[in-house]
Design a protein around this ligand. Sequence first.
Ligand SMILES: [Zn+2]
Length: 221
Amino acid sequence: MGKDSHNEMEKSMLSPEARQKFDELVALLATERYGPNGPPIDTTFAEMELFGHQAGRMLGRSLDEHLAEQHSDEHFQEASCPTCGPCGESDAGENKKTRPLQTLDGKIPLTEPALHCPTCDRDFFPQRIALAIDGGLYSPQVLTKAIVASAHVSSYRIGSKLLDELAGISISSRHLNNLTAKIGVELAEDRLLDISLPPFLGYSHRDSLMVTGLGFGGKVT
Ligand SMILES: [Zn+2]
């Protein structure tokens, strides 16, 4: 992508006012890190790049958390029970549950409304259905990377190391093994595309797994 088209894309993403605040945030972060006069003469580009990357991840995590909270407050103050329907309607009240979710930019605390159905006498989580996530530890984007990484190497240990080194995603080899085995079983039962995942994720899983036969044995941990 050329510089001009890149700038055009950025302009279309932000209003002039947001752009100005964004520039101010950049200047603020730079000052926080290096002081008002900027980096000393012996600063390497690698150091600047790493700081920029870490700041970007911090912004990404904050945005993910903020958007999920807005989404929750706006749409899930009440919901019908997935088992018994409208008769099991429940108010969200203040009952929320927080769990860690590994995203592309690191772990965030995801706070979901936990509703209680008086008919079934059980809790349910309506937001995760709308968000196309399950109750697991990893976001769909992270799952896609985990599957692709482990599908193209000979062991889960190497897959885990690659994920960490190249994408900054921390998943133990044991978890990677469990994840791919679970998805392999879902594929084998031909249920993957019926569950609430974005189409690209289903495709990535299917594509990687079909190429390698992953999830049906043959890889060491
Ligand atoms: Zn119910």
